[in-house]
Write a protein that binds this ligand. Structure first.
Ligand SMILES: O=C(O)CCC(=O)C(=O)O
Ligand SMILES: [Fe+2]
Length: 314
């Protein structure tokens, strides 16, 4: 696995630093579909505060949790176990999606809003830096991708901060999993996880699954379908899943930040040739499996809603 070290770029990254990050990021995403970020400036204590807030929410009575359920087509809100499915198995996880600072959040859980607001701001900041780095790595202007992601966490953009809790199981049960195999839908995803493990990724050019170990404090960045489509598969989307632990184990927590372009951005392949930073970028890449719109080009919003219709029960 490639490690991408981002040092001291939390606030106002200098162009030289962005350039260094750009070449490592492009190399990691083209060869592996993911990179690990360390020294990213989001302290572990903020992640833990969010994990605790979700734990408290999950302990509330069903009828209280139901008040905060996600209602399509909006993506904000609570998603109860098995309501979103990537596989034929039962998927045992609680998720809380946050799409902006104005959304309805559980008043019953003290500290939920401040913990989430702060984390969302931090993830947005980190994403902004990575969008600039990606633009530079793709040999475009510094704000090439930033201009397509101008409204993250605001109206007109579906980027989402998602808290996840996978409850423990007494004994292994057939037909039950934590999260079925899928690619994320947007530009890229940032993912923080606790030390429980279970995250697996599929190699870009084969069918093998490999475990992603836990590096304390690190954040994973993986390519989503739209970035794969824009780059004509030169940065392929990463398939991943979360499996049940062999020894039943404890509950698992993670936080995903899905970075999406603004709703009206067209998702047609860009005229980009990646001359890979490391020089050994794969020539043949997995074709991107985006359905074509019958007439015209799909917008980022239309693509996302198609995926939601495929995976959400309602
Ligand atoms: O919990 C995880 O580590 C992964 C979650 C995930 O892949 C998702 O929600 O899209
Ligand atoms: Fe995912």
């Amino acid at each position: 696995m490639c490690f991408l070290v981002i040092a001291g770029t939390e606030r106002c990254p200098q162009k030289g630093v962005v350039k260094q990050v750009a070449s490592k990021l492009l190399r990691a995403l083209s060869e592996k579909g993911l990179a690990l970020l360390v020294n990213h400036g989001i302290p572990e204590c903020k992640m833990k505060a969010a994990y605790r807030a979700l734990d408290t929410f999950c302990e509330l009575p069903d009828e209280t949790r139901a008040k905060y359920e996600r209602v399509s087509p909006d993506n904000h809100g609570y998603v109860k176990p098995d309501a979103e499915k990537f596989s034929d198995e039962m998927e045992l996880r609680h998720a809380f999606n946050v799409t902006g600072c104005e959304g309805n959040l559980p008043e019953e859980v003290q500290g939920f809003r401040p913990a989430l607001d702060e984390l969302a701001r931090d993830f947005k900041q980190l994403s902004t830096m990575l969008l600039a780095a990606l633009s530079v790595g793709l040999e475009q202007s510094y704000d090439f991708l930033l201009s397509k992601h101008a409204h993250i966490l605001g109206p007109g953009n579906e980027s989402t901060l998602r808290l996840l809790y996978y409850p423990p199981l007494g004994t292994p049960v057939q037909g039950l999993t934590r999260c079925g195999a899928h690619c994320d839908y947007g530009t890229f995803t940032l993912l923080a996880q606790d030390c429980e493990g279970g995250l697996e990724i599929q190699t870009l050019h084969g069918e093998r699954w490999g475990r992603v170990g836990h590096l304390p404090g690190a954040i994973l960045v993986n390519t989503g379908e739209l970035l794969a489509h824009w780059t004509n598969g030169q940065l392929p989307a990463l398939r991943h899943r979360v499996v049940m632990p062999e020894h039943c184990g404890r509950g698992r927590h993670s936080i995903a930040f899905f970075v999406h372009p603004d709703d009206d951005v067209a998702i047609e392949p860009l005229d980009i040739k990646i001359t890979a930073a490391g020089g050994d970028c794969q020539e043949t890449t997995t074709p991107c499996r985006l359905q074509k719109k019958k007439r015209g080009v799909l917008s980022a919003y239309q693509h996302l809603q198609r995926r939601f219709r495929e995976t959400y029960a309602s």
